[in-house]
Design a protein around this ligand. Structure first.
Ligand SMILES: C[S@@+](CC[C@H](N)C(=O)[O-])C[C@H]1O[C@@H](n2cnc3c(N)ncnc32)[C@H](O)[C@@H]1O
Length: 466
């Protein structure tokens, strides 16, 4: 949790609400001492209600002092043996005359979880500052959020129930309007979840920054929850985490378990596109530069011009006269340099919409289906070719299966939160060797397979090669 903080100011006013024995503050201090990224002073404020743990808390704070002293960081702390909810609600509501609420640059929190009924003192206190929530943990987070300075950071571990529980909607609205969600961390194994009130809770860690503009992308990481386990990271567009028009403001937590195994599979592949004798390029026809040569309908002297709108499952649907895009381009001395000779080409979309199931959408241009000598590929497409010519049929079909597989999609999502797939991204991928691609191509007698069928075929051949 401590490692999730971004850059911190020279003097950090740190809040640890529900501090227990102070483990989180100690982790934060250790991070600053180890990282040496400019933090010169830490002023820690700790709230803890349980009198029996205060001694242990004080001892941990002395350990923090010792570590900071060794690292040249000034460490001061104040332990409040008080109810965080009552005290902060009063201070934020201005009930305590003359005492302004404190301000913090960073907060690290593992708040208590407990349902709070509508007429409880906690509920009333929270209501006085405009927080309507049914659990103590969301009450803690809502108050902590109010105490952060703009740009202040919060790393919290809580149950994940707030992400989609219907009762947490007001909390989510409050949270997402004031905090920018930068990262979510999940635990893959339920066994590693914490126990509270004898209920097995699934927990989540989040890193959020006080501010009103959600990031374009959110990092979703996961680990087994065991000490020292690997952490897998994937970047997702924020719009995939919280859908822009969702009135419920659900926080969708994508499954990431597959990403780790996708990486393992891809790491096991040894061929590059170059070693396969294949190249991927961006479609050469930039339509606005060749405006005069474009035709809505094919006519004498034109050749097919393909756009992403011509993708139709595994193959192209051409011409598409009902669409808005041109279907043809004149074949003449001016346009010929931008055309390619007919052949088997594998096409991918450069931009996919968020609604599309996969990031990478590949489709086949088969010369048996669209009869022509030359063809134009528009700039919103990438095309796989062999030195400017079509590919061998079975290699092309093998590549089609591979690129449309879930393994490649998940691998892609690991490092690309964009819905854009550039030729460079495709060039740097690892690929199955020629024999495997060919074997896949031979087995695939139709391109019209379901996702499951494609995955089964690809997995079978990749495993057979091991
Ligand atoms: C889940 S524990 C976390 C302890 C510690 N932060 C950690 O991570 O090891 C929550 C702590 O909050 C304390 N707590 C519960 N209600 C509180 C309140 N209203 N004000 C302050 N502390 C409270 C509990 O005594 C407990 O130590």
């Amino acid at each position: 949790m401590a490692s999730m903080f971004g850059p911190l100011p020279r003097t950090v006013r740190l809040l640890d609400a529900g501090a227990g024995a102070g483990a989180l503050t100690l982790a934060f201090v250790s991070r600053c001492c180890e990282k040496r990224d400019g933090v010169r002073a830490i002023e820690a404020t700790l709230y803890e209600l349980d009198g029996e743990i205060l001694e242990a808390l004080a001892a941990t704070m002395r350990e923090c002092e010792r570590r900071c002293c060794g690292a040249g960081i000034r460490f001061t702390f104040t332990i409040h043996s008080a109810d965080f909810i009552q005290e902060m609600s009063s201070r934020l509501a201005g009930d305590l005359f003359g005492t302004m609420p404190p301000a913090f640059d960073a907060a690290i929190a593992n708040p208590p979880y407990r349902k709070i009924s509508t007429d409880s003192v906690e509920r009333r206190a929270l209501r006085s500052v405009g927080v309507e929530t049914s659990n103590l943990y969301t009450g803690f987070i809502a108050l902590i959020q109010r105490l952060l300075v703009p740009g202040g950071q919060l790393v919290g571990i809580t149950p994940r129930s707030f992400c989609n529980g219907p009762y947490f909607r007001p909390f989510r609205e409050d949270f997402l309007s004031q905090l920018e969600l930068r990262r979510l961390h999940l635990f893959e194994s339920r066994k590693a979840a914490f126990r509270d009130d004898s209920v097995l809770q699934e927990n989540i860690i989040f890193h959020a920054v006080k501010g009103r503009h959600q990031p374009r992308e959110t990092i979703v990481s996961s680990s087994s929850g065991e000490r020292g386990g690997d952490i897998t990271e994937t970047v997702f567009p924020f719009a995939e985490i919280v859908h822009p028009h969702d009135a419920e403001k659900f926080i969708h937590i994508p499954a990431t378990a597959g990403h780790a195994s996708a990486k393992e599979t891809m790491d096991g592949l040894s061929s590059s596109l170059t070693s396969l004798g294949v190249t991927v390029s961006t479609g050469r026809v930039v339509d606005f530069r060749l405006k005069d040569a474009l035709r809505k309908e094919p006519e004498r002297g034109t050749v097919p011009l393909l756009y992403p709108c011509h993708f139709n499952g595994g193959t192209v649907h051409w011409p598409k006269l009902e669409g808005r895009k041109p279907n043809a381009i004149l074949d003449n001395a001016e346009t010929r340099p931008w055309l390619v000779p007919s052949g088997m080409y594998l096409l991918t979309k450069r931009f996919t919409s968020k609604e599309e199931r996969r990031r990478l959408v590949a489709c086949m241009f088969d010369p048996d289906q669209v009869k022509t000598e030359w063809v134009g590929f528009e700039n919103h497409l990438n095309y796989f070719h062999a030195n400017g010519h079509g590919l061998e049929r079975h290699i092309a079909i093998g590549l089609y299966a591979f690129l449309n597989s879930t393994v490649v999609d998940q691998y892609f999502r690991r490092f690309s939160g964009h819905t854009q797939v550039n030729a460079t991204d495709l060039r740097t991928l690892t690929y199955p060797d020629r024999d495997t691609l060919q074997a896949m191509g031979h087995e695939m007698t139709t391109l019209d397979l379901t996702q499951d069928e494609i995955d089964q075929l690809v997995t079978k051949h990749l495993h057979a090669r091991r």
